[in-house]
Design a binder for this molecule. Structure first.
Ligand code: C2E
Ligand code: MG
Ligand code: MG
Length: 725
């Protein structure tokens, strides 16, 4: 997975990971002080502080309540003291009370004193007044100096002798009913203060947390979220105030990391985009722009130079002749180097502003803005041809490169980039069809020719269905004995039309290429094979001496159709002995993919059929490869025979092919034998077999049978080939 993918995955994961509701609340959270109430950490800290304060204050409260209560009781004691002191008279007699009943009664009505007991120094009761007292004078040190009733309403205090200035132990019972409400009031007041204080402390704490903790945390979180969502361009915010504490430092580090990551990602993306751009627009091998780039540029240029400036653009297609053969025979490494070299040479030969692209395997597309003062397209094409004159040296080998060139012009041949490029391609195909190593300028006639081809293809399909395809047979003879040793099955198409003849023969050279291009040759080829084998079997069954049936196999059939199983099936179905079937293949079939060809030919040979190389001498084949193919016969192309008598080179070629074939243990047959001179020449050269118009044209079955009968009769009479003249 690339870095973008990883980030995306990480983001999805993090989004999915934020599954708890509480987490989602934080998504895209913007800081605002009120958010503090939603902050769990703040709540935790604040609650802890709040409870701690409460606890401390409760302890303090308990302590202060005691003190407060003590103070109140002490005051009661002072009140008792203040009230009693003036009420006592100066008697020192231990048996008489220093307090008169009237004075006591006054005390009870005017002060909080409710009862008084006066004891002598020996702790005996001298006199009691009012409410009875429970506190006893101190007889020992651990006796209490005061007493408080259970209901807290009364408080008794003891004054030791001399304390009020008299030698008596005096106990005073005081009304303490208002002490408790005072204490409770005190507690309430304290509690209120306590709550207020806690609230205040908590609020201040919250505010501080909000500023020092929550705001930076939310900022950090938002930055991280933003980085996860948009790693390349995260929306990174900095703190309003530069915090120097741990959180501030953490945020700065995190922000730096996020920015660093974003920069890295951006750099990676730019690099990746560059690469994608190069892959999408440039050819990896030659470094030249590719077809896509070329079309885009052409579109732009048409708009600028042609539409706006009324200029002219030449689009030139350059196709390397026989590149496929070179590639297959010499290997892809050589092929690649050759392409590179050709690309460089084309670029060098053209003006700087020319756009040279590698449009497909061995085809270069060129676009040149033709300016009035600069060379026209013919000159540019000439330069391209000149650039190819010097052979290309690769790994100590020198290769002579030839190219076919097609030219189309904008606006003359179209105003749309694809159309013009297509027209340049049509022109280069024309150049290839018409002999290669040449240039063709696009003309609308080419289009017409293409349309005619399409029509031909449509008609050919109909011909298949309506059985307009028939076979004619062209006899082959043993040159020494004159005997028919085989026939070649040749396809004939009688296409009906509205003419007075009712139709016409379409020559195979016209329709076979169309059938090959469309793949229709595969079913047609199978039909031919079946018809031919059936015919041969039929003739044998009629008692004719058996001979070979040669059937032409196209390269397309060979490589695309399952030729081995088709031959096998047809032989089984027709019950023809395989040795009476010969398959003719051209050299180009071997060259397409040598190993596969050897393989298929081997399998065909195993079936027992014979194999012949048709049109031998015209292909690119390197003779040294012939040895590797399991073939039986070389069929010298008729062009050599035709000119053998007039052209010394062709005569030499025929001689060499015959010698070579014999050296390899092969039979050699010559086709295109039209005259006795041809025949004599071939006899002299030791050719084994012949086929040609000298003996007969290819003929339908009925005529062939008549021909064979007549021929055999003549042979029997003269036992000489010349009798068939
Ligand atoms: P080919 O296989 O080389 O066939 C020989 C061609 O040369 C035939 O032309 C034949 O009529 C012609 N020929 C033979 N002797 C002479 C002669 O002395 N003078 C002249 N002027 N011509 C002669 P045809 O029948 O027009 O076939 C042309 C080509 O079409 C064939 O060349 C073959 O390549 C292809 N073809 C014909 N039938 C079939 C077929 O059934 N399947 C395939 N794949 N190709 C076929
Ligand atoms: Mg042939
Ligand atoms: Mg031939």
């Amino acid at each position: 997975m690339d870095s973008f993918g990883q980030n995306k995955a990480a983001l999805t994961q993090s989004e999915d990971g934020l599954e708890p509701v509480a987490e989602k609340r934080w998504l895209n959270l913007a800081y605002s002080p009120s958010r503090i109430w939603q902050s769990r950490i703040s709540w935790r800290i604040t609650t802890t502080v709040f409870v701690t304060i409460l606890l401390i204050q409760t302890v303090v409260l308990i302590f202060t309540v005691r003190v407060y209560e003590g103070e109140h009781l002490e005051r009661l004691r002072e009140i008792a003291h203040t009230a009693l002191a003036p009420a006592l008279n100066n008697t020192k007699e231990q048996t008489i009370s220093p307090l008169t009943r009237e004075a006591a009664a006054r005390l009870f009505t005017d002060t909080m004193v409710e009862g008084i007991a006066i004891y002598g120094l020996d702790y005996s009761v001298i006199q009691t007044y009012g409410a009875p007292t429970l506190l006893q004078p101190k007889m020992s040190a651990d006796m209490p100096a005061s007493y408080r009733s259970v209901d807290n309403k009364h408080y008794e205090v003891l004054f030791a002798p001399g304390e009020i200035g008299h030698p008596y132990n005096i106990v005073a019972r005081m009304n303490a009913a208002d002490v408790e409400p005072h204490v409770i009031g005190h507690i309430h007041q304290t509690l209120w203060i306590l709550f207020f204080m806690s609230g205040l402390v908590t609020s201040i704490l919250m505010l501080i947390l909000s500023l020092w903790l929550l705001e930076p945390m939310i900022l950090l979180r938002n930055n991280l979220l933003s980085a996860a969502k948009n790693p390349e361009a995260p929306d990174i915010k900095n703190l309003k105030k530069d915090m120097q504490d741990e959180i501030g430092i953490a945020i700065r580090i995190a922000n730096d990391l996020i920015r660093q990551n974003a920069n890295n990602l951006k750099r990676l993306r730019t690099q990746a985009e560059d690469r994608i751009h190069r892959l999408a627009y440039f050819d990896g091998l030659t470094g030249l722009p590719n077809r896509t780039f070329f079309l885009e540029k052409l579109n732009e240029s048409i708009k600028q130079k042609v539409v706006e400036q009324d200029g002219k653009i030449a689009v030139i297609s350059v196709d390397i002749d026989h590149f496929k053969d070179i590639n297959d025979t010499m290997g892809h490494e050589i092929g690649d180097k050759l392409l590179e070299a050709v690309g460089k040479r084309i670029v060098k030969s053209l003006p700087e502003d020319a756009v040279v692209a590698r449009a497909s395997a061995d085809e270069f597309s060129i676009m040149v803005h033709l300016k009035p003062e600069q060379p026209d397209s013919a000159v540019l094409v000439e330069r391209i041809f000149t650039a190819m004159v010097e052979p290309v040296s690769i790994l100590q080998e020198r290769f002579q490169v030839r190219v076919s060139v097609g030219v189309a012009h904008c606006p003359d041949d179209g105003l749309e980039a694809r159309q013009i490029l297509k027209n340049a391609d049509i022109a280069v195909n024309r150049a290839k069809e018409e002999g290669r190593d040449t240039v063709r300028y696009y003309s609308q006639d080419f289009d017409r020719a293409i349309q005619q081809r399409f029509q031909l293809l449509r008609d050919l399909r109909i011909a298949m269905d309506q059985k307009q395809l028939r076979l004619h047979y062209h006899p082959q003879f043993d040159l020494k004995t004159g005997q028919v040793i085989g026939v070649e099955a040749l396809l004939r198409w009688w296409r009906p039309d509205n003419s007075k003849e009712g139709g016409k023969f379409i020559p195979p050279v016209e329709f076979i290429p169309v059938a090959e291009q469309s793949g229709l040759i595969v079913p047609i080829g199978e039909y031919v094979m079946r018809e031919a084998c059936e015919a041969n079997k039929r003739w044998q069954q009629r008692g004719l001496p058996p001979f070979r049936m040669a059937v032409n196999i196209s390269g397309v059939q060979f490589h695309r159709g399952d030729i081995v199983s088709i031959v096998d099936t047809v032989l089984k179905e027709t019950q023809l002995d395989p040795r009476w079937l010969e398959l003719e293949v051209t050299e180009s079939v071997f060259m397409e993919n040598m190993q596969i060809a050897i393989d298929i030919l081997g399998k065909l040979h195993q079936l027992g059929v014979e194999l012949a190389v048709d049109d031998f001498g015209t292909g690119y084949s390197s003779l040294s490869y012939l040895r590797q193919f399991p073939i039986d016969r070389l069929k010298i192309d008729q062009s050599f025979i035709r000119s053998a008598l007039t052209n010394i080179d062709d005569r030499m070629i025929v001689r060499i092919i015959i010698t070579l074939g014999h050296n390899l243990g092969l039979k050699v047959i010559a086709e295109g034998v039209e005259t006795s001179d041809h025949e004599n020449f071939l006899k002299e050269e030791g050719c084994d077999e012949v086929q040609g118009f000298k003996y007969t044209k290819p003929i339908p079955e009925e005529e062939l049978l008549e021909f064979l009968v007549a021929h055999n009769r003549a042979i029997a009479k003269n036992s000489k080939l010349s009798v068939i003249e």
